[in-house]
Design a protein around this ligand. Structure first.
Ligand SMILES: N=C(N)NCCC[C@H](NC(=O)[C@@H]1CCC/C1=C\[C@H](COP(=O)(O)O)NC(=O)[C@@H](N)Cc1ccccc1)C(N)=O
Length: 170
């Protein structure tokens, strides 16, 4: 029941349908003018019954694991691994790049490496941070994590906590 070139799409992050015009590449939350709302209602009723299952427990949340290497300029240069962290940021970068190479080569998983190498208390859970939404994590971390597809691993992400590798789990 939509005008030509319009289609209903699904916003994963908001778990809501939206309307997309493929010709003009515009999207909007409300149906475009000229929509046959009666037909749209029946379509949406069917749509909702087949709406893709949101992979997270609550809409808009994702689950990720990370491996954190802190350095002396970290906001809290201490961790369960090392009471006082004195390595410089350059050394931390070399360390996390070596971790990244081992993970990318398939030699070891991020979670396994996080268990012994991550300067975050989540190390004991293989870096698993559980579910989180927008505005929970520091901005650089949030933006990197939400840009990943499930199963994907980020490059090195720099936050006030230190240097991270992030794996989106869900
Ligand atoms: N699940 C949440 N919402 N927990 C609150 C996160 C607060 C958030 N944290 C961060 O952004 C970074 C990125 C991930 C971990 C992290 C920092 C630090 C390590 O850095 P540091 O603070 O010494 O500088 N680890 C944590 O916070 C841990 N509680 C994460 C965690 C540990 C065990 C189980 C679950 C979560 C922030 N807004 O500062």
């Amino acid at each position: 029941g939509l005008p030509p070139d319009w289609e209903v799409r699904h916003s994963q992050s908001k778990n809501l349908p939206y309307y997309f015009n493929s010709a003009e590449k515009i999207s909007r939350w409300e149906p475009p003018a000229g929509t046959d709302t009666e037909k749209l209602k029946t379509y949406m009723a069917e749509y909702h019954s087949k709406a893709p299952v949101v992979e997270d427990r609550q809409p808009g949340k994702i689950r990720a694991a990370h491996l954190l290497v802190k350095h002396r300029d970290s906001r809290r240069p201490s961790s369960w691994r090392e009471n006082q962290i004195t390595r410089g940021k350059e050394e931390a970068l070399e360390i996390i790049k070596a971790h990244e190479r081992r993970i990318q080569s398939g030699e070891i998983s991020l979670g396994q490496l996080a268990l012994t190498e991550s300067d975050c208390s989540s190390a004991r859970k293989q870096g698993d941070l559980g579910y989180f939404g927008r505005n929970d994590m520091q901005k650089e971390f949030e933006d990197a994590a939400f840009a990943l597809r499930p199963g994907e691993i980020s490059g090195v992400v720099d936050t006030a906590s230190g240097l991270h590798l992030i794996e989106r789990l869900e």
